[in-house]
Design a protein around this ligand. Structure first.
Ligand code: CU
Length: 210
């Protein structure tokens, strides 16, 4: 896939600020909030961005990009652009799992505590354990011990949650503090990415926001 970002003057934007170690973050999610992909496109000299997506299942897909122009009118402003694309074929919608406090992935258990409220910044904690023991060897991923992305049920609205835990070497965990600010109430699919032993893991759960 190839695309350019066009500025208010109609010209391609070529200067991008680094945010969480990357100049552009790109996400894809299906309308049923499955099939999450988070990748980092690369920019060619003519300001065209290229991203390699995994194979897409048929159905409706939301694509989201976030970036900070490094100059011009939008300098230092975080932009989120999104569009919906249709992947041809017969797709199956998977019902959204019920809201839970825990998610399992690759032998890890992530427990989310807190009471997120729509439109308010609220603290959440994510605790990472493995075989019942606290995990303390989280490695930095994009300048944090976890990268959390959330998509709203129904309209696939996008939100990004920021860990406030400072990064200091390969020994993050077991508890991560998150500043959760989700704009609307209802169910959000929360994708939690973290790294151990050089491997990236993605845990997911449904978070209910009051
Ligand atoms: Cu990213």
């Amino acid at each position: 896939m190839h695309r350019a970002v066009t500025g208010p003057d109609g010209r391609p934007v070529t200067g991008f600020a680094v945010d969480q170690t990357k100049r552009m973050h790109f996400y894809a999610i299906r309308s049923d909030l499955t099939g999450f992909q988070h990748i980092h496109p690369t920019m060619a000299p003519e300001a065209t961005w290229t991203a390699d997506l995994d194979t897409l299942a048929p159905g409706s897909l939301r694509m989201v990009t976030s970036f900070n122009p490094g100059s011009g009118a939008g300098k230092a402003t975080a932009f989120v652009l999104s569009r919906t694309v249709s992947v041809p074929g017969t797709g199956t919608e998977i019902p959204l799992p019920a809201a839970t406090k825990t998610a399992e992935v690759d032998g890890y258990t992530l427990t989310v505590n807190g009471e997120p409220m729509a439109g308010m910044a609220r603290p959440l904690t994510v605790t990472v354990t493995k075989d019942g023991q606290p995990v303390t060897d989280l490695q930095p991923f994009l300048d944090a011990y976890a990268h959390l992305t959330a998509f709203h049920e129904g309209d696939t609205a996008f939100a990004h949650l920021h860990p406030t835990t400072k990064v200091n070497g390969d020994h993050g965990g077991p508890e991560l503090s998150i500043n959760a600010e989700l704009p609307t109430s209802g169910n959000w699919r929360l994708l939690m990415q973290f790294r151990t032993g050089g491997k990236l893991h993605t845990a997911a759960l449904t978070l209910n926001v009051g």
